[in-house]
Design a protein around this ligand. Structure first.
Ligand SMILES: Cc1cc2nc3c(=O)[nH]c(=O)nc-3n(C[C@H](O)[C@H](O)[C@H](O)COP(=O)(O)O)c2cc1C
Length: 300
């Protein structure tokens, strides 16, 4: 028994994926196609794979040119996704009006992507009516940190973080005995990604001095962090602390409640608050009101 094509397509459509544009270059100029079959294959040597339908012109072009680049699309690039899938009516030259740079292999690197890899074809494997092209990554880069474009059941979409269902509010001073505090944590992280690295080094140094504390408190009276930097920092720190719970203590600045929300969506479950609004830090009543309205249960 073999599954029928309609069922197969319907089931595979349930598998969500990211979206890329695969590009190449030859005598006829740059070529590109939307593809979601991109996958990481090997770290050493660095290899990736893409599966390309044999009947497509891009199949012949990549096969013959022996090079391709993979551009990872951000949520703002639905138009590029449609354009390079041949879905934009009236577009005959896919690259007309498209801003791109040129990779080492000569393949186009689209503007405003999340990142890219530039490859030389390493192997070709039979994949039925597709060919699995394995590419050796010669060069790679991250363009900007943003949310990815997703594809599911023929719809374009974007990633939604899961908001915690429950959070703990701790009054300052009520943290578990032995908790370690990193002061001015995000004030430093606001400026640049390099400042996030500085914060990560500080956390590493703190944990080297006091390994496995009952809680790590990121304390920032200045609240100079912007939500994106805060998110990057929290994600990186989560990878360092293992099972140690991370708590956040933020100053009462204009970004503070937005940052609390971002923190809860990035895995933080503990917030250190002040009993009233006379301190430089966020007040318990304000945080509790926001969490209640967002449907986040309070414990502790
Ligand atoms: C989200 C999405 C993902 C796709 N992924 C692939 C893929 O991995 N491999 C493939 O051969 N075609 C894939 N396609 C179809 C090609 O993009 C499409 O057949 C091709 O770009 C058509 O280009 P053309 O009109 O210039 O021939 C995908 C299409 C979409 C919309």
């Amino acid at each position: 028994m073999t599954v029928d094509a309609t069922t197969f397509k319907a089931v595979m459509g349930q598998w969500p994926s990211g979206v890329t544009v695969i590009t190449t270059v030859d005598d006829s100029g740059p070529g590109g196609m939307t593809a979601s079959s991109f996958s990481s294959v090997s770290l050493n040597p660095p290899l990736v794979s893409v599966c390309i339908a044999r009947h497509l012109a891009m199949h012949t072009r990549i096969d013959q040119a022996g090079v391709f680049a993979v551009n990872i699309l951000s949520k703002n690039s639905v138009d590029d996704g449609r354009r390079f899938a041949g879905m934009l009516p009236g577009v005959t030259n896919k690259f007309e009006g498209v801003d791109y740079a040129t990779a080492v292999t000569g393949s186009p690197l689209l503007a405003n992507t999340l990142g890219w890899v530039d490859c030389k074809v390493w192997a070709r494997h039979d994949g039925g009516d597709h060919t699995i092209f394995v590419g050796e990554v010669l060069d790679a880069g991250i363009d900007k940190t943003a949310a990815p474009l997703l594809y599911h059941s023929r719809s374009w979409g974007q990633f939604a973080d899961v908001l915690a269902s429950e959070a703990t509010l701790l009054r300052a001073g009520a943290e578990p005995t032995g908790s370690v505090v990193v002061t001015n944590a995000f004030g430093a992280a606001a400026a640049s990604p390099a400042a996030v690295e500085t914060l990560i080094s500080r956390v590493q140094a703190t944990l080297a001095e006091s390994p496995n504390p009952p809680m790590l408190v990121l304390d920032d009276a200045a609240t100079a962090a912007d939500p994106l930097q805060l998110r990057l920092a929290i994600q990186a720190i989560a990878g360092l602390v293992g099972r140690v719970p991370v708590a956040l203590r933020l100053g009462a600045g204009p970004m503070a409640l937005a940052n609390v929300l971002v923190a809860l969506k990035s895995g933080v479950r503990h917030l250190v608050v002040s009993p009233d609004s006379s301190s430089a830090y966020l007040a318990e009543a304000d945080v509790a009101t926001m969490l209640r309205r967002m449907g986040v249960g309070l414990s502790g």
